[in-house]
Write a protein that binds this ligand. Sequence first.
Ligand code: NAD
Length: 275
Amino acid sequence: MGKPVADEILGRVRGLVAQSAARGRRPPHLAVVYVGDDPASAVYIRQKQRAAAKVGIETNLQHLPATVGIGDLLAIIDRLNGDPGVDAILVQMPLPAGLDPDLVLERVRADKDADGLHPLNLGRLLAGGRGPRPCTPAGVMALLAHYGQETAGRRALVIGRSRLVGWPVAILLTQAQATVTVAHSRTRDLPRLLAEAEIVVAAAGHPGLVEARHVALGAVVVDVGITRTEEGLRGDVDPGVAERAAALSPVPGGVGPLTVAMLLNNTWEAYSRAL
Ligand code: NAD
């Protein structure tokens, strides 16, 4: 379900990169900073590098040990910030305990911010201005738009309020004229909120949190959650929801491919802005 939408975005980026190469320009370059050995991060980075290669974007992986000091990590980011051959920088999250993600995300130059998570870019998002959008939230919106799901005037429930997913999704849905409720770990009576929601975006990281019996008939449900369990990858939404919902994005194969596509779209945008 997510793949055709991602393929469309990647096809557009591939075309733009090819046009730029035909004019004799160097390819866009994405630097990836990976600290530690989180196995899920390693999988995500491989997916991102493979997709980048397919559209003609170069990547360069800086793999640092979990023991790296914050000073050394910031010095590497400073070097990438100052390198005119690097257009965009992605610091793979989560960072090992002890490394402050806010400090690291703020150090990446805002105009090289591939993930759209720099405070300046989050401010631009809030202001409705230009700038890279956080990848997964932008992917959620692209999915809804591609499948013709109306947002204007509809009641949307976003489950999760992280800076990475829930909060930006809530902002983007509000800008798309939905009436948005944000649920989080302290929310009381999630079933009541679900019963009223016409659009549900679940991003809590709790498998099965959204149960079929609580979802309104005909709701549109986007499952962002990814949790590794013994039975494989699980979303936040019980698969039985498909029987009540008008549409349900699967895990895997829903939002995931779009996150990668949006990252490469942001890389292209950073490159073309710098031309
Ligand atoms: P996070 O842990 O930073 O945030 C989780 C949010 O969910 C918090 O705001 C918390 O308040 C809320 N929450 C937790 N338990 C809840 C409950 N019982 N009821 C309501 N709200 C609850 O996680 P994150 O980085 O925002 O990621 C969320 C999920 O999305 C994770 O499973 C993550 O793996 C997945 N994810 C998927 C993609 C993708 O490309 N598909 C990208 C990023 C994150």
